[in-house]
Write a protein that binds this ligand. Structure first.
Ligand SMILES: [Zn+2]
Length: 250
């Protein structure tokens, strides 16, 4: 049975520990001479998101208020972590995330820094806090142009399921139906496999190119020596030969 998701599992604990450690080095401590070089506040800015302001609007769905507060807490914990991972630009101004709950079709949608969430979905899937993390990734991605949507969705689900909710990772794939261009968990699994198999930070490299607006599929061949189709075939072959199940203790 799946425990209620608060995203306070392993990685969230790591996130909190990281944020705590960063706060321990906060320049709010007694002023000390700062050596020449980049200023400390600039360096830690993406980690602490000290200017982050998360607001919630449940006027259209007041019954979601308690859930919305949990979502807000999750955003506050994960925003700095995802911002650092995706190398979000350091803007001196305030960063905002606005969560709006209302009756709508679909699950959720993101436009710039506004995440609109279906009240009906929250009521029928109260455990699904992770979908807010997926949408938060889109807020932070904020790529300059609409580019390869499959990759953008794959990165969002990679962050959700490989950093926060590992129990949601797909266990097997249907070769006839699946393709890396499906996005979401399928692409997330493919990216995770490439990073491990080829020991290359393909997600960060892809993110950097998407942020510049220069992403091309050739990036995968540059980084691994193989094109996307060859990589996908190799990935499928690897998933069809799973390692033996560990023996259960008797
Ligand atoms: Zn998405």
């Amino acid at each position: 049975m799946r425990a209620p998701a608060i995203l306070s599992f392993r990685s969230a604990s790591t996130a909190v520990a990281l944020a705590t450690a960063v706060f321990a080095f906060s320049p709010q401590l007694p002023a000390q001479p700062v050596p020449a070089g980049p200023k400390v506040p600039d360096l830690i800015q993406p980690l602490v998101s000290r200017n982050l302001k998360v607001t919630v609007d449940t006027t259209g769905a007041p019954e979601c208020q308690a859930w919305a507060e949990r979502a807000k807490e999750m955003v506050q914990v994960w925003h700095p972590v995802v911002s650092a991972y995706l190398d979000a630009p350091l803007n001196p101004g305030e960063k905002k995330v606005h969560l709006v709950f209302k009756e709508m079709n679909g699950v959720a949608a993101t436009s710039k820094d506004v995440i609109t969430i279906s009240a009906g979905w929250v009521k029928s899937h109260p455990e699904d806090l992770g979908m807010v993390l997926h949408e938060l990734v889109h807020v932070i991605q904020d790529y300059p142009t609409t580019q390869s949507v499959w990759l953008i969705e794959g990165i969002a689900d990679y962050i959700r399921f490989w950093m926060a909710e590992p129990e949601g990772q797909p266990k097997r794939f249907n070769r006839a139906k699946e393709n890396y261009r499906n996005g979401y968990r399928t692409t997330g699994a493919f990216l995770a496999w490439i990073e491990k198999q080829y020991q290359t930070p393909i997600i960060r490299d892809a993110n950097a190119a998407l942020r510049r607006g220069t992403y091309k599929d050739a990036l995968f061949e540059e980084k691994t020596g193989k094109n996307l189709n060859a990589l996908w075939t190799e990935f499928m072959d690897s998933t069809e030969k799973p390692a033996a199940e560990p023996k259960r203790p008797i």
